[in-house]
Design a protein around this ligand. Sequence first.
Ligand code: FMN
Length: 196
Amino acid sequence: MSTQVKIKIILGSTRQNRFSDKPGAWIFEETKKKEGVDAELLDLRDYPLPFFDEPMSPAMIKDGAYPNEATKKWALKISEADAFIMVTPEYNHGTSGVLKNALDSVYTEWNNKPIGFVSYGGVGGARAVEQLRLVAIELQMAPIRSAVHIMGGPWNLLDDNGKLKDGALEPFQQSAEGMLDQLMWWARALKTAREQ
Ligand SMILES: Cc1cc2nc3c(=O)[nH]c(=O)nc-3n(C[C@H](O)[C@H](O)[C@H](O)COP(=O)(O)O)c2cc1C
């Protein structure tokens, strides 16, 4: 089957000196290598969403009629996708506030689409991903089983200049392959189902 799928990769950190952009750039390149994929890297710095404080849940909003321009722009971008990869840090055993806020800010645009994870931290960000899977289910998404857990702590993967050490992400190549294959299977299956 050769249906083209749109995969949006979302960087889960916007802070200064963040690590997120390094695994984000890496998984973006790996995703682009896959046949039949149209990949895009989304940086939440380019989508500065207000901290959610609307009177109504996004689940009640119809046809992208969100109350502010920043959220409308975000919703439109998310609506384009057939699948997502979240590149998440682990902050106090959960995901980052900025990523959770981006998830909370829109609703129907996430629905019926698969989501995979690239995470990092002392235990590979595993605890943040487990929480994100529960959040994804409530957003009517399909969180996939395979994930890339970059183990050992980001601080060990950088050189003295804050650059990724050569080959630092090579050990995670195989898990990236597995995650991408599974994500694409679900992306095609759910794209077909949404179109019916
Ligand atoms: C507020 C905060 C909480 C953190 N909590 C954890 C944690 O629970 N587990 C962990 O492995 N690392 C934790 N860290 C360390 C992060 O893994 C590390 O700072 C990482 O670089 C954060 O991702 P970012 O640079 O992309 O923002 C924490 C860092 C911050 C700033």
